[in-house]
Ligand binder design. Structure first.
Ligand code: NAD
Ligand code: UDP
Ligand code: UDP
Length: 323
């Protein structure tokens, strides 16, 4: 009997590293929705297969357990590089591995993109701006990062990954897209990873004290995950010569204390605020200048924090107390 290939060779096969995590799992849903085949590569350090359970019967989805700091030989048409622990407690747990994930991971994924001559996206971060002296932060700002502090493994790892992306672009002509992601929240955030939105919601739902670090006067600008993904997809669809980096985030700034008060009110919680020491090198303020994203991607976020929090609280209500 003749051998008939079973794959659909006209379909795009897309690699998502870090796909078992918060952002990666939402990205995979969007890529499958648009008809792609998706290969998810993740070492499950901070991600979980539970984020992908709903894809168990999806024939266009494959999962591979693998650490991106080691070489990876697969055949794909597009690469989204998101693998990296993103919350301070996780990236500081094994800081050397964090730097390896960003730097060796970038080299391996860029080597893969070079061999396949395919487009590659990098999930960079607003942390490349460090504790910014310029506010809001445009992409042209070079940042204020402590190279030897406890956050440096993440910040400098991501900065070096950006360097590698731009050097592979200049030296080897690679088709790169670099997004600088600002604080993002939504369903499937890891309840135990210590990020402020998940911490406050879980504490409020359990009527436990809300832990404000410092006085709570530091600011962040929170982007809902669906908005962020619209920005990712728009960036990946830009013409070949456009590399970024592009800020993707929400230019609406809140103090951490305002966030705590909003969460308490929305949950209807009896939680009290308690004040704990500010972690070292914690940025005082952060807000993206998104002029470039508006101009090049015709993108801006549309989901207000009030609405995004409702959806996120509904998600956490479904999981708190069940694990
Ligand atoms: P996450 O921790 O939920 O997801 C990261 C995923 O990467 C996890 O599934 C984890 O298991 C995997 N991973 C970690 N190290 C790996 C390795 N060596 N090999 C293979 N897989 C590995 O975090 P997230 O919020 O989804 O973040 C995704 C990406 O976006 C990260 O690169 C992060 O730096 C970036 N980012 C996120 C935010 C945010 O607010 N969520 C902000 C800025 C940048
Ligand atoms: N690499 C990979 N998959 C590939 C091609 C390369 O993981 O399909 C890794 C490999 O570890 C290599 C790195 O990417 O060391 C960088 O590749 P590049 O071709 O830039 O450099 P070289 O092979 O010369 O080190
Ligand atoms: N934060 C806080 N209480 C918490 C967790 C975080 O006050 O329980 C503060 C933290 O010190 C920082 C801000 O909230 O100023 C955002 O923290 P997160 O870890 O979510 O993100 P990042 O610092 O990486 O922006």
């Amino acid at each position: 009997m003749p051998v008939t290939p079973r794959g659909n060779y006209s379909r795009r096969r897309v690699l998502v590293t870090g796909g078992a995590g918060f952002l990666g799992s939402h990205l995979i849903d969007r890529l499958l929705d648009r008809g792609d085949e998706v290969l998810c590569v993740d070492n499950l350090f901070t991600g979980t297969k539970a984020n992908l359970d709903h894809l168990a019967n999806e024939p266009r989805f494959e999962f591979m357990r693998h650490d991106v700091s080691f070489p990876l030989y697969v055949e794909v048409d597009e690469i989204w590089n998101l693998a990296c622990p993103a919350s301070p407690i996780h990236y500081q747990h094994d800081p050397v591995q964090t730097t390896k994930t960003s730097v060796h991971g970038a080299i391996n994924m860029l080597g893969l993109a070079k061999r396949l001559d395919c487009r590659i996206f990098q999930a960079s971060t607003s942390e490349v701006y460090g504790d910014p002296a310029v506010h809001p932060q445009p992409e042209s700002y070079w940042g204020n990062v402590n190279p030897i502090g406890v956050r440096s493994c993440y910040d400098e790892g991501k900065r070096c990954a950006e360097t590698l992306f731009f050097d592979y672009h200049r030296q080897h002509g690679l088709d790169i897209k670099v997004a600088r992601i600002f604080n993002t929240y939504g369903p499937r955030m890891n309840a135990g990873d210590g990020r402020v939105v998940s911490n406050f919601i879980v504490q409020a739902l359990q009527n436990e004290s809300i832990t404000i670090y410092g006085e709570g006067e530091q600011t962040r600008s929170f982007c809902y995950v669906d908005d962020l993904l619209d920005g990712f997809l728009a960036l990946m669809d830009t013409e070949r010569g456009f590399t970024g980096p592009v800020n993707i985030g929400t230019p609406r700034e809140f103090t951490i204390r305002q966030l705590a008060e909003m969460v308490i009110e929305k949950v209807g919680s009896k939680s009290q605020l308690i004040f704990e020491p500010l972690p070292p090198d914690d940025p005082l303020q952060r807000k993206p200048d998104i002029s470039l994203a508006r101009e090049k991607l015709s993108w801006e976020p549309s989901i207000p924090l009030e609405d995004g929090l409702d959806k996120t609280i509904a998600y956490f209500k479904g999981i708190v107390g069940k694990s």
